[in-house]
Design a protein around this ligand. Structure first.
Ligand SMILES: *Cc1c(COP(=O)(O)O)cnc(C)c1O
Length: 397
């Protein structure tokens, strides 16, 4: 499939020009094709389109020109042969998982997963006869031990939410290949700018485009990228008949997000690194986890598989929940929100929000403490952010 970008273009060029389809008007910016369907000149043309003998669009649940531009631009960035975009990140994750396993199969997943992803594996898959084992993703021996004769799928996030643990993607991919299983990687936290799971050997990469790809808090979206054969054989029909399609308007918003993704992620990562250095050793901070620092628990794997640090930090504030709440409430620029990857800096207290449904022990197992907060660094001036954080930390007992 041509994605409208030259293979030797750098990511920043691909993000501006990849996938562009211009109409006869020659518009500079991508057009929004806000249409449900398409018309045919003749009955024979409709027949040919349905038979697949003639190229063209049929119905926007299947494909749409604006959505197609977004998918092609993402393929160019990711180095993927094909993709299907969806109305949310969870639609993308659930479709990728449900198209990779069926009744009688077994799934191995890292236990540090985004809450809804973990729900699909632990609650929904068993109802459809799919068994699973959750492992500590940072320990290769746990992945190996969990393998069964019917293991068909491996699933992981790296870095993880919210403790930013890093999993060795190439090692898990190698294990998957050795038993003929597929590895699906949720690459939201790394962003396509910092990590390329397909190049590391993963078979499928999924995104919530809601996060850094939009990056400006406007719309939900998701995408599944893989090789053409798997998309054609395992995903295509499920996608068409279950209808998780992305709206053309949201696809357009995400296309415009991609144009600025490289500069935003670069700036946000640089600021996050400066904030991490400021917080390291701060007397109101019990623990700091930042993938760009040499003291990160998996610093050697970060160096091996990621280009930069992260736009996110995991911080344990002194005095547990009381300290974490006092800190959040005292912030003036950083806003309290469970979202991430936004132009606006956002802070979350996982134990009482995103991870409140987990049992206390399950949270402890993931390293989520009462004082843990997750900071998503935005595009504000870093000196203003550090001043805001410093002033708010002073409010912690
Ligand atoms: C947000 C998120 C999702 C889900 O995406 P939505 O767009 O909210 O449906 C999945 N995985 C990770 C890691 C996320 O951060």
């Amino acid at each position: 499939m041509s994605n409208g970008a030259k293979a030797n273009w750098k990511p920043q060029t691909k993000m501006v020009h990849g996938g562009t389809l211009r109409s006869g008007f020659g518009e500079t910016s991508e057009a929004i094709y806000l249409t449900q369907g398409f018309v045919y000149d003749t009955a024979a043309a409709a027949e040919a389109r349905f038979k697949g003998e003639e190229e063209g669009f049929i119905y926007s649940r299947y494909a749409n020109p604006t959505v197609d531009m977004f998918e092609k631009r993402m393929c160019a960035l990711e180095g993927a042969e094909d993709a299907r975009s969806t109305s949310s990140g969870m639609a993308a994750v659930s479709m990728a998982l449900l198209c990779s396993a069926g009744a009688g199969d077994h799934v191995v997943a890292a236990r540090a997963l985004f809450g809804s992803c973990r729900w699909i594996i632990e609650k929904q898959m068993p109802k459809w006869g799919i068994e699973s084992t959750l492992v500590d993703g940072t320990k290769m021996e746990e992945w190996e031990k969990a393998v069964r004769p019917n293991t068909k799928l491996f699933f992981l996030e790296s870095p993880t939410n919210p403790t930013l643990e890093v999993v060795d993607i190439a090692a898990v991919a190698k294990l998957a290949d050795s038993i003929g299983a597929r590895l699906v990687v949720d690459n939201v936290f790394a962003t396509p700018m910092q990590q390329k799971p397909l190049e590391l050997g993963a078979h499928v990469v999924v995104y919530s485009a809601t996060k850094h790809i939009d990056g400006q808090g406007r719309c939900l979206g998701g995408i599944v990228l893989s090789d053409k054969e798997w998309i054609d054989k395992s995903l295509h029909d499920f996608f068409r008949h279950t209808g998780p399609s992305l709206s053309p308007f949201n696809a357009w918003t995400l296309l415009k997000g991609l144009e600025t993704l490289p500069v935003r992620v670069r700036q946000q990562t640089e600021s996050a690194g400066k904030i991490a250095d400021f917080l390291a050793g701060h007397r109101k901070v019990d623990r700091l986890i930042y993938p760009g620092r040499a003291d990160h628990p998996q610093a050697d794997i970060v160096r091996k598989q990621m280009k930069g640090g992260s736009t996110l930090l995991c911080i344990d504030i002194k005095d547990g929940k009381k300290g974490a709440f006092a800190f959040q409430d005292a912030l003036e620029i950083v806003r309290i929100s469970n979202n991430l990857g936004d132009a606006k800096s956002l802070i979350t207290h996982p134990a009482t929000t995103t991870h409140k449904n987990l049992a206390e022990e399950a949270r402890a197992e993931l390293g989520i403490n009462p004082g843990t907060v997750r900071l998503s660094v935005g595009l504000e001036d870093v000196d203003d952010l550090i001043a805001d954080i410093d002033r708010a930390l002073a409010k912690v007992a």
